[in-house]
Design a protein around this ligand. Structure first.
Ligand code: 3PG
Ligand code: MG
Length: 386
């Protein structure tokens, strides 16, 4: 985008403004703030800026007030210091003066969006002179507003947020300063298996947390009581550990944990050695010794990739492991890259934004890139540039 003269051009700008909304108010505006520099530079260049985004997963062809971008328009206007009107029937054509921006209502209200309909994509393309794809967090979706429109628009290019995200991921994964350490938390090995496999081939150390760590612990024969773990993934966890040993990659497991008999805000938390977890107990966080050990090992890292919390940090008594790791990442001099919805919530909760080198707006897109998958919305831009 930065190579083009956008003056008086009709720019169709795809952002990912899919943010959490409660009672008509945006509760986390991180993605809106991430899109601001691109919106501003289009406006300052004198473009007529039509902004596209989805919100949630509405039923296609039906307007649903609960998934209207109206709250996003409000927050975007506040942040820009300029009114950004919301247009509901934007496919019919939108009036927009040079230097102004208009927000088009949720792209997923349109029939054909999810299925990347050619007819819908052509209609979108006819609204613009330049299509700018900037929605990294939706780049793993081949939909009409992320993929199809890029085929038919007179010009199609990547926006600065998308470029910045890809550069950060490449820096962390393709030519990382070593040691490269990945921290993968979250509940299931099964949903993160390809991520774990892909990372194992690249990293020097793989720290696991959450239900994933429980499954690894169970695979080494440790009794995990009623902890969230996947009994049918034990062989796979063992295979990953064998592969790690063969490569010389460390997968350090927690040596102590925080347990409780119930998962609730009022639950009483106890610290245990991993060998003392009761049959009626659940592991809900890594323990203080493990947190300190993992944290200290981040001090010498050259690059850190973080996805997923280490415990149930929504409840403070199970959040200390995630807090310790978040703080250690922030303290480390490594190039650190974090992504994923829960990870972002943890970063916000513990106030460590400043210490993290790059915070990705992507959840699914971030993980698919780490897995080595092609992002269709990026591939189509590359094919048009070729
Ligand atoms: C996300 O939040 O992961 C992106 O906005 C993509 O949304 P989707 O998973 O509904 O396609
Ligand atoms: Mg998603």
């Amino acid at each position: 985008m930065s190579d083009l003269d956008l003056k008086n051009k009709r720019v169709l700008l795809r952002e990912d403004l899919n943010v959490p909304v409660q009672d008509g108010v945006v509760t986390s505006d991180a993605r809106i703030r991430a899109a601001l520099p691109t919106v501003r530079s289009c406006m300052e260049a004198g473009a007529k800026v039509l902004i596209l985004s989805h919100l949630g997963r509405p039923q296609e062809g039906v307007y649903d007030e609960k998934l209207s971008l109206a709250p996003v328009a409000v927050r975007l206007s506040e942040l820009l210091g300029r009114a950004v009107p919301l247009r509901r029937d934007w496919l019919e054509g939108v009036d927009c003066a040079p230097g102004e921006a208009v927000l088009c209502e949720n792209v997923r209200f349109n029939k054909g969006e999810k299925k990347d309909s050619e007819e819908l994509a052509r209609r979108m393309a006819s609204l613009c002179d330049v299509f700018v794809m900037d929605a990294f967090a939706t780049a793993h979706r081949a939909e009409a507003s992320t993929h199809g429109v890029a085929r038919f628009a007179p010009r199609a290019c990547a926006g600065p947020l998308l470029v910045g995200e890809l550069e950060a991921l490449e820096r962390a994964l393709e030519s990382p300063a070593r040691p490269l350490v990945a921290i993968v938390g979250g509940s299931k090995v099964s949903t993160k298996l390809t991520v774990l496999e892909a990372l194992l081939e690249k990293v020097d150390r793989l720290i696991v947390g959450g239900g994933i760590a429980n499954t690894f612990l169970a695979a080494t024969g440790v009794g995990v009581g009623r902890s969230l773990h996947e009994a049918d993934m034990l062989d796979i966890a063992r295979r990953l550990m064998t592969r790690a040993r063969a490569r010389g990659t460390e997968i350090p497991l927690p040596t102590d944990v925080v347990v409780a008999k119930e998962l609730a805000a009022t639950a009483h938390a106890d610290i245990r050695s991993i060998h003392e977890v009761g049959g009626d107990e659940m592991i809900l966080d890594i323990g203080p010794d493990s947190a300190e050990h993992f944290g200290a090992s981040l001090d010498s890292a050259g690059t850190i990739i973080w996805n997923g919390p280490l415990g149930v940090f929504e409840y403070d008594q199970f959040g200390e492991g995630t807090r310790a790791i978040a703080t250690a990442i922030a303290r480390s001099k490594a190039f650190s890259l974090a992504g994923g919805g829960d990870t972002l919530a943890a970063i916000e909760k513990y106030g460590v934004e400043e210490g993290i080198s790059y915070i990705s707006t992507g959840g699914g897109a971030f993980l698919e890139f780490v897995e080595g998958k092609t992002l269709p919305a990026v591939a189509i831009l590359e094919s048009r540039a070729a």
